[in-house]
Write a protein that binds this ligand. Structure first.
Ligand SMILES: NC(=O)c1ccc[n+]([C@@H]2O[C@H](COP(=O)([O-])OP(=O)(O)OC[C@H]3O[C@@H](n4cnc5c(N)ncnc54)[C@H](OP(=O)(O)O)[C@@H]3O)[C@@H](O)[C@H]2O)c1
Length: 252
């Protein structure tokens, strides 16, 4: 099976590093025109674009600001002449133990929910309006194993944000299928990226390796092919589903 994404216009958030970078590269390699959003890491984003200068367009946005999210969407649609697929991948995992001072803990909770859930929901809302008009569109949201299994006490907000994103995806699939819109949830376990590294630094790599059924840790390249398949439209009848990519660490 060859997957050809020629003429597909795809927004990938959090494309400067980790999972988003591997996804943007594979989508561009399959012919898609990719709007790659980054927040701070301009030079990583430039490196990404250099690999597919004709297919990758860069956009800066800070999802802690909702106006920045709206601007990102509008700029993307203007530059690409529309949108076919939205991949909500950008996210953060803040370490917030219970002994953190109350208001600081709440600030971290609020920022986590804003970036991981509210910004993604706003992009979904705007895409749904456009997708409804064109009677087709694909939404792929990257949640987490934590949405189902929960997380450690230091990452309560992270798991809550991902649970919200997962249920948002299911609602979209149920509510907008008749408008030609499909929605998928990807739930990774540990993936070798900067985000996972900060967890490994705190808890040790053995904890992670002992937790999975396979011998090696998942990498972003284990996730990108699944998103490429979903973006192609070949799996539309699986709308509403969650695809676990957790190396057998949580099977449900
Ligand atoms: N790695 C894992 O083990 C794992 C497991 C389950 C789920 N996930 C999920 O997979 C997704 C990607 O994770 P990753 O490990 O690839 O993360 P990562 O390497 O830490 O990269 C995070 C990406 O999100 C962007 N970002 C961070 N804060 C942002 C903000 N305030 N506004 C806009 N963009 C922001 C970053 O942009 P800059 O680089 O420009 O700052 C970067 O491109 C996340 O949603 C994460 O929750 C990851």
């Amino acid at each position: 099976m060859n997957i050809d994404l020629n003429h597909k216009r795809i927004l990938v958030t959090g494309a400067s590093r980790g999972i988003g970078k591997a996804v943007a590269l594979q989508l561009a390699n399959s012919g898609a025109i990719v709007a790659a959003q980054y927040q701070k890491d301009r030079s990583a984003a430039e490196d990404l674009r250099a690999q597919y200068p004709h297919n990758i367009h860069l956009f800066q946005a800070d999802f802690s600001q909702s106006t920045s999210v709206v601007t990102l969407y509008d700029q993307t649609v203007d530059a690409l002449g529309g949108l076919d697929v939205l991949v909500n991948n950008a996210g953060l995992a803040l370490h917030a133990p219970m002994n953190t001072e109350d208001l600081q803990w709440l600030d971290q909770w609020t920022l986590t929910l804003q970036v991981n859930l509210t910004a993604a929901a706003l992009l979904c809302k705007k895409a749904i309006l456009d997708f409804s008009e064109q009677n087709r569109g694909i939404i792929i949201n990257i949640s987490s194993r934590a949405a189902f299994r929960g997380d450690t006490s230091d990452y309560l907000a992270y798991a809550a944000s991902k649970g919200g994103l997962m249920s948002l995806t299911k609602s979209i699939a149920r509510a907008y299928g008749k408008k030609g819109i499909v929605a998928f949830d990807i739930a990774p376990g540990f993936v070798k990226t900067d985000m996972a590294q900060s967890f490994i630094d705190q808890y040790g790599e053995d904890l992670v390796l002992n937790d999975i059924a396979l011998n090696d840790l998942t990498t972003p390249h284990d996730i990108a092919p699944i998103i490429t398949l979903l973006a192609s439209g070949l799996a539309n009848h699986a709308t509403g589903t969650t695809i676990d990519v957790n190396a057998g660490s949580y099977i449900h």
